[in-house]
Design a protein around this ligand. Sequence first.
Ligand code: SF4
Ligand code: SF4
Length: 104
Amino acid sequence: MSISIDQSKCIGCRRCHDVCPGTLIKINEDKKAFIKYPKDCWGCTSCIKECPVHAIQFFLGEDIGGKGSKVHTEKVNGLIRWIVEFPDGNVKSIDIDPKESNKY
Ligand code: SF4
Ligand code: SF4
């Protein structure tokens, strides 16, 4: 599991860098985030929830979403919307209330 960062969207806020428990994300000279050690990412998804411009996507394994699928989050009215994009172009989303995330 790992993430991809769309540097064309990145605004260099460093939130992903600060939240990553493995200090895997670095900021380059152009103030763009990149993951330096993708093989060490254990998929905690903290960075994708922190990114304010939805520049980070998380690759889903075949067993939990289909090979080639990617997920990112957006904050909508206090909820976290998990948005899965499938290779065939389909998109599915799930809204989770962070205050009751263990009840989903
Ligand atoms: S998913 Fe977690 S471990 Fe992986 S890069 Fe993001 S914050 Fe770091
Ligand atoms: S959180 Fe998003 S915008 Fe901020 S540095 Fe990371 S990728 Fe760039």
